[in-house]
Design a protein around this ligand. Structure first.
Ligand code: MG
Length: 273
């Protein structure tokens, strides 16, 4: 026969329940404490470093190569920047300078001629398509930051779409017409404007009005106009600074609130940011 519970032994108020409740509260407190510690140590927080032309300062790699992109992916940073040009017969390739070391102009060459050229580490100059294929192995959050040097932007965007990488790319360019052409596509592309000095820069307000995603300005420019960081954020713009290879400067820019830093030394800061 069951007995009628007295007032003090009602369901929910038994000593066993109170003990369990205490244990649960302790667990919640302990879990919260551990999460706070992990966050303060930067664990679980995505690195905000962008590897400039890939992570190429490793044995056997070179800037704007497939190995440098793969290294950046393996490093686990925010993303990898690359420079895109177009050959005379319309092939998109990754290369920084307008000319090869032997003086030939990339945009005047057919891809077949370029294919024989070797980077100092022995790799071929990669096609943009090969870089997109390599991006297939990248984590969801990893971004390919595409700097449009001299190329047909619609061709670049079409190829990104062909590989379903729309959410894994951002676009940057010094060329105002390249930027405006990308924005005019009305596809919601993340386009940031590159500038190295005040003369060539647009203010955050101008960028917002023109439909930019953000600004990507040199360290020197943001040092002379630090107020643009807050102005940009107040307008909902992303702020990236390049190319910062001094640890003191990197720390200073993060303290000032920039979102990302493009650097040649992504491995150094990967653990910190
Ligand atoms: Mg670049």
């Amino acid at each position: 026969m069951g007995s009628i519970p007295s007032e003090g032994t009602k369901a929910g108020c038994t000593p066993a329940f109170l003990f369990q409740l205490g244990v649960s509260m302790k667990n919640i407190f302990f879990t919260a404490l551990m999460l706070m510690l992990l966050v303060s140590c930067g664990v679980g927080k995505q690195s905000r470093m962008v590897a400039h032309r890939g992570y190429w300062q490793t044995e056997g790699s070179h800037e704007n190569s497939i190995s440098s992109l793969k290294n950046a992916i393996a490093l686990g940073v925010y993303g990898s920047e690359c420079d895109v040009r177009q050959t005379a017969d319309g092939v998109l390739v990754l290369f920084h300078n307008a000319k090869l070391d032997d003086g030939r102009v990339v945009s005047d060459m057919k891809y077949a001629e370029l294919a024989d050229y070797r980077l100092p580490n022995g790799e071929r100059i990669p096609t943009f398509e090969e870089a997109l294929v390599a991006m297939g192995d990248a984590p969801r959050k990893f971004k390919l930051v595409i700097e449009v040097k001299e190329a047909d932007v619609s061709k670049i965007v079409a190829m990104v779409e062909r590989y379903n990488l729309e959410k894994k790319v951002e676009y940057i360019a010094f060329g105002r017409s390249h930027c405006m052409d990308l924005i005019a596509m009305n596809k919601g592309l993340r386009v940031s404007y590159l500038a190295g000095n005040e003369k060539s820069a647009w203010t955050p307000k101008e960028l917002k009005e023109k439909g930019f995603y953000g600004l990507d300005y040199s360290a020197g420019l943001l040092k002379s106009r630090p107020e643009w960081i807050k102005e940009a954020h107040d307008l909902g713009l992303d702020v990236n600074v390049w190319t910062v290879n001094d640890s003191v400067d990197i720390d200073r820019f993060f303290k000032q609130g920039v979102d990302k830093v493009t650097t040649d030394i992504p491995a150094v800061y990967k653990k910190k940011r």
